[in-house]
Each structure stands twice: as C-alpha cells, then as structure tokens.
Design a protein around this ligand. Structure first.
Ligand code: ADP
Ligand code: MN
Ligand code: MN
Ligand code: MN
Length: 344
C-alpha cells in the first residue's frame, strides 16, 4: 500500500468568478486511485461564501482525477460541491448544469498575463516597454524576458504529466502575455482540464514569485491587448450533418441568446469587447468567415466542408468559468432542432 497525497480541488462561491480552493488528504491505495475509489469529503462552506456559519458543511464529490507530477504520490482531484446530502448540487456548482453529451467537443484558448510588482512581467517600473508588435510568438530576452518561458514550459510539463490534453502554447500580443490551448471530447472534459491547468499555473506562480493575472483587460483602455478564452465547439450533428440551413438557424439562436452568453463569458468584458484588438462589440452579435473581429469566427474549413465542423466563439474572456461557458453554449445549441430549416 502507498500513501497518496490527494489534493481535493473545488470552486468557491464568489461571484462573478469563482476562485480555486484546494486541500490535501492522505489515503492509502495499492496503486494510483481511480475516481470510484475516491471518497466524498467535506469543507467549511462559511469560509468560501458557500454556507452560513450555523450550518456550514459542504460536500466535495470527486469528478476527475489526475497525477500530480510536482508531488511524490500526488493526485489532483477535481470536485463538484454538493449539499450536505451529498446528492444535490450546491447552487455554486455550475458543472452540474452542463448537459451530458459525450460527443460535444470543446477547445479553450486561455490567455493570461504574468504579473510582478503590480505590472506585467517585463514592463518597466514607470511607463511602458516598446509598443506591442514583436511580442506575439516572439523569441529572445528583449521580447519575452528570462522567467516567463521557464514558467510556461514547466506548466506545460506539469499539465502533460497530469494527462491534460494541451494542444499548444504561444507568447501573446502584449508583453508578459501568454496562451495555452486545451481540447477535450465530452461536454465537461475540456472545462475540467482547464480548471486543473489554471490550478497548476497558480500553484507554480508561488514558486517563482510571479502572479497570474486572469483579468480580461488589466491595462485598461490602452493599446495593449486584453485576454480572452476563445471557445471552440462542435457537436456530433455539427461535425457530421451540419449544412447551411442548420448553421443559420444556430446563429439565429446565438443572436437571440446574446445576453445569456455575455452574462457568463467573464466579468468586465465590456472593457475588452470594444471592436478593437481583434474583438467584436459586446452589444451586437456577429459572425463571419475567418473574421477575427466577429463574435463567432467561422473557420474556412467549416464552409469548405459544407458548413460542417466547429465554430469559434471569440467572446469568452480569460476570467470566464469554462463550466458556465460550456453550459450556455450547449443550452443554446439545444434550442435548435437538428435538421430543421430556417423559416423563409
Ligand atoms: P486560433 O488562435 O487561430 O483561434 P488555436 O489553434 O489557438 O487557433 O485554437 C483553435 C482550437 O480549436 C484548438 O485548440 C482546438 O482545440 C479547437 N478545435 C479544433 N477542432 C475542433 C472541433 N472539431 N471541435 C471543437 N474544438 C475544436
Ligand atoms: Mn489561439
Ligand atoms: Mn490568442
Ligand atoms: Mn482563437
């Protein structure tokens, strides 16, 4: 038998964006534990805005488990928060609102800034570095400094060791800004992995004394890009049947549900969705082929294969909760009857 360090990780009750929380319990197993072997656990919800002091117990229900390469015999256990009965989802538990669909695929592109001393890593104490332009996918000390890539690479290795399906990484448009992409099959897979990847990034930030800034427009109304978390999505029907009629009906549904989407696409998004810096205005819904200034970008491949494949919703921001984003996208798709025609 081996003693495993099980890090139970959950989302707290803060709004509009939840924070990650985690605590460790030690349990013995013959080999790396399966999800079924992991017991329910509890925590004090009065300290996380999930309960009142007089009845503060909340339940942690493991929903995904990953190896933790930074700890000997470590496991990262993603949990849903449940009511004391262990069966009813807590109101803060948005994962439980995602429609079950093993054939829904999501790809999230997480952008973020490294921050040190209250400013982006590599920014001088006063003023600004050279304007953005050379930083996107840049190389060299002048472009990326000396710590950022080390952290990015270490984070990537931790994620890969955990079995997280990273698809890539790149330096972004602003100095100190980076991106990674996670793709997953199953309506909750990519979102689970995104939260674990964020956890690993935040934990790594402790070691380097460098903060992670997930706010979507940390430099405000300047010529520095904000951070998004584009949501690429497809269902089996979109991939295998699709068609122009269905696509147009889908876009009608997204237009109709614009406010519901914006409500869960991350706080302060009006600062980022201005129509500048490869974004669309927050107040209108638009779509366009290969259009990075639209709410939804339709890849060339989608049109070329007869309106089949995936679409990219460019509105979700870096601080958005991937559970709430995936939940809303699938909810809107579900309002469109497959195979139906657009009314003339
Ligand atoms: P860009 O920066 O040009 O938008 P990226 O490569 O960063 O492109 O992101 C595109 C993402 O689309 C990939 O990370 C991938 O996860 C996702 N993706 C590709 N095919 C599908 C699909 N069929 N369904 C859902 N997402 C997909
Ligand atoms: Mn990208
Ligand atoms: Mn990007
Ligand atoms: Mn993108």
């Amino acid at each position: 038998m081996t003693k495993y360090k099980l890090e139970y990780i959950w989302l707290d009750g803060y709004t509009p964006t939840p924070n990650l929380r985690g605590k460790t319990q030690i349990k013995e197993f013959a080999s790396f534990p399966t999800l079924e072997q992991l017991p329910l656990w509890g925590f004090d919800g009065s300290s996380t805005q999930q309960a009142e002091g007089h009845s503060s117990d909340c339940v942690l229900k493991p929903v995904a488990v990953f190896p933790d390469a930074a700890r000997s015999n470590g496991a990262l256990v993603m949990c849903e928060v449940m009511m004391p009965d262990g069966k009813t989802p807590h109101p803060s538990n948005k994962r439980a609102t995602i429609l079950d669909d093993a054939d829904a695929w999501f790809g999230f592109e997480q952008e973020y800034f490294f921050y040190k001393d209250g400013r982006p890593l590599g920014f001088p104490a006063d003023g600004y570095p050279a304007p953005q332009g050379p930083y996107y996918t840049g190389v060299g000390f002048k472009q990326v400094g000396d710590i950022a890539r080390k952290m990015v690479e270490e984070h990537l290795d931790l994620c890969l060791a955990a079995g997280i399906n990273h698809e890539g990484i790149n330096a972004e448009v602003a100095k100190g800004q980076w991106e990674f992409q996670i793709f997953g099959k199953g309506s909750k897979t990519a979102a689970d992995q995104m939260w674990i990847a964020r956890y690993l990034l935040l934990r790594l930030s402790e070691k380097y004394g460098v903060d992670i800034e997930f706010h979507c427009k940390p430099l405000g109304d300047t010529d520095w890009n904000g951070s998004g978390m584009h949501c690429n999505f497809s269902t089996k029907y979109m991939r295998e049947t699709g068609g122009k009629d269905y696509f147009e009906k889908l876009m009608e549904a997204f237009k109709h549900a614009r406010a519901d989407h914006i409500a869960v696409y991350g706080p302060d998004n009006h600062m980022r969705l201005t129509g500048k810096h490869e974004t669309a205005s927050i107040d209108t819904f638009s779509y366009g082929v290969a259009d990075r200034g639209a709410s939804i970008r339709v890849p060339h491949s989608f049109v070329n294969s007869g309106y089949k494949g995936y679409l990219e919703d460019r509105r979700p921001n870096s601080q958005g909760d991937p559970y709430q984003i995936a939940s809303q996208v699938l909810k809107t798709i579900a309002t469109v009857a497959a195979g139906s025609k657009v009314a003339a």
